[in-house]
Design a protein around this ligand. Structure first.
Ligand code: IYR
Length: 223
């Protein structure tokens, strides 16, 4: 139980001259604009140490009352990956054939996805992000706050870290995804949030030639 204040400590960021700030912001924009969701992975291994750095970057995200209400489960075990693929494909088959609306299927058609998810066995790592609505501390249940916002932010940081490290990822949402709690043996306070395969793109990897919205479509300025 957090019943005292955190002591405050000095905080500053290194001073960057305005011109350099602009260059840096442009460079970061250029880097992030090159990020794409990848569905064709190489099986080339990625070290556990690198993955740990990506998770710690994700875990530096802001969270409601600084509760960090997330668990990142990293899977490289082939048998677990196979179980996850089989369970995900079973749900996705149902979704694509019976559960998704006509409008939804039409919206997805340009991206070309279907119920087959081979990447779940090919990518060297599956990162399953769990959200914690509450946590047990010393036998007491403590509620977490803004859990979806917090875990979403951590996932955003994670994807940025993956891309910055020269790796690729996919934000995969098999639905429903409670099978992940069972296969990964997670406690009752954790619910699956996102399944993120991570690895290198396959040598012949392609991505849909989609365009991003321009600034005028995503921003309004009031001066
Ligand atoms: N979860 C399914 C369907 C899907 C839904 C959306 I919205 C996407 O942007 C992509 C896929 C799947 O992973 O195939």
């Amino acid at each position: 139980m957090q019943d005292s204040h955190y002591p405050h400590i000095p905080y500053s960021q290194p001073e960057i001259y305005a011109e350099e700030q602009l260059t840096r912001s442009r460079d970061f924009l250029q880097l992030m604009e090159q990020r794409r969701s990848v569905r064709f992975f190489s099986d080339k291994p990625v070290s556990k140490e690198l993955m740990e750095n990506l998770v710690m970057t994700a875990s530096s995200a802001p969270s409601g009352a600084h509760k960090q209400p997330w668990t990142f489960v990293l899977v490289s075990n082939p048998d677990l990956k196979k179980q996850i693929r089989e369970a995900a494909e079973k749900e996705e088959y149902e979704s694509y054939h019976h559960r998704m609306t006509e409008e939804w299927l039409r919206d997805l058609a340009p991206i070309g996805t279907d119920w087959h998810k081979p990447f779940l066995e090919i990518a060297p790592w599956l990162v399953i992000v769990f959200k914690k609505a509450w946590e047990e501390v010393g036998g007491e249940k403590h509620k977490n706050y803004y859990v979806n916002e917090s875990v979403g932010l951590a996932c955003g940081f994670f994807l940025a870290a993956v891309h910055q490290a020269g790796l690729a990822a996919l934000t995969h949402t098999p639905s429903p995804m409670d099978f992940l709690s069972r296969i990964l043996d997670r406690p009752a306070n954790e619910r699956p949030f996102l399944l993120i395969p991570v690895g290198y793109p396959a040598q012949d990897c392609t991505v849909p030639d989609l365009k991003r919205k321009g600034l005028d479509e995503v921003m309004v300025i009031r001066t």
